[in-house]
Design a protein around this ligand. Structure first.
Ligand SMILES: NC(=O)c1ccc[n+]([C@@H]2O[C@H](COP(=O)([O-])OP(=O)(O)OC[C@H]3O[C@@H](n4cnc5c(N)ncnc54)[C@H](O)[C@@H]3O)[C@@H](O)[C@H]2O)c1
Length: 266
């Protein structure tokens, strides 16, 4: 039986660990030819080897590297149908204690990296008959978290540019859809490292990433990367052909619960 993204060529940034790794694995399992990129060459190359994908070293803030990678994909694969702009970083800090340098770094990776990815991938995707762009935002662009001001700003930029890019693709007749994902708290190296920096946050009760993804009924647990990868496969596939310029909040209902209830359940 054909996979859900059989025959598609997919590029996933930040694919060496966490959500990007899960997205790359899920897309490959459903038949896509996957190009994985990351600054972490060792882990990226290992995962690419495990799933039959191709790894390319990439810092998503480097404009020239984006141009080279898209040209290489055109030469090696002849097409590009799916772009997952997943790479991102979080550097905790409030508006008063965050340095401007750290703020700019968060903007550079999440916001500028996504801008560059879309800018240089769209011509090849259009030439390939269209496809799907999936931009990784966060619930941080929707909720009020004092401790991650730069991250919230970067993800807000991703959210806004996603709608503009979707409109541009529609107006241009490209058949390229563009949507943003807004995960809640998912058990990845990013969250584990963040947890170490914050006294009121623990990942001790996190589910094993290899276990089945928790469902929304299990309030208060961390999500697992597969919760996000399932939606990535859906948006990459033709099953979502009529969906563009939308935001997908994937947080087990966390952002919809009034704070006192969330606290009572913890
Ligand atoms: N984990 C969560 O709870 C959560 C929630 C909401 C949104 N997100 C977003 O999902 C994405 C993935 O998060 P994660 O939790 O898997 O993070 P992670 O830190 O576990 O993994 C991120 C990967 O991106 C790579 N990366 C970092 N900077 C890069 C750069 N400049 N160029 C290329 N690659 C780079 C890292 O090497 C790493 O492999 C991020 O955009 C993050 O903001 C995560």
């Amino acid at each position: 039986m054909a996979g859900r993204v059989e025959g598609k060529v997919a590029l996933v940034t930040g694919a060496a660990k966490g959500l990007g790794e899960a997205d790359a694995r899920a897309l490959a399992a459903e038949g896509a030819r996957v190009i994985l990129t990351d600054v972490d060459t060792q882990a990226g190359a290992r995962i690419a080897g495990e799933i039959g994908g191709v790894f390319k070293q990439q810092d998503v803030t480097d404009e020239t590297r984006w141009q080279t990678i898209i040209a290489e994909i055109k030469a090696e694969f002849g097409a590009l149908h799916v772009l997952v702009n997943n790479a991102g970083i979080v550097l905790p800090g409030t508006i008063e204690n965050q340095s401007f340098k750290r703020y700019q770094l968060e903007i550079a990776v999440s916001a500028n990296g996504t801008f560059l990815g879309c800018k240089y991938a769209i011509p090849l995707m259009a030439e390939s008959g269209g496809g799907s762009i999936i931009n990784m935002a966060s619930v941080a662009s929707k909720l009020a978290y004092s401790a991650i001001v730069g991250y919230a700003a970067a993800k807000g930029a991703v959210e806004g540019m996603t709608r503009s890019i979707a409109a541009h693709c529609l107006e241009s007749g490209y058949k390229i859809r563009c949507n943003s994902l807004h995960p809640g708290t998912i058990n990845t190296p990013m969250v584990q490292n963040f947890g170490r920096q914050s006294e009121d946050f623990t990942v001790a009760a996190a589910p094993d990433p290899d276990t089945e993804a928790p469902n929304a009924a299990e309030v208060g647990v961390l999500g697992v990367p597969r919760n996000i990868a399932n939606v990535v496969v859906f948006l990459a596939s033709d099953e979502s052909a009529f969906i563009t310029a939308q935001e997908f909040v994937i947080d087990g209902g966390m952002s919809m619960l009034p704070a006192p209830l969330v606290n009572a359940l913890q």
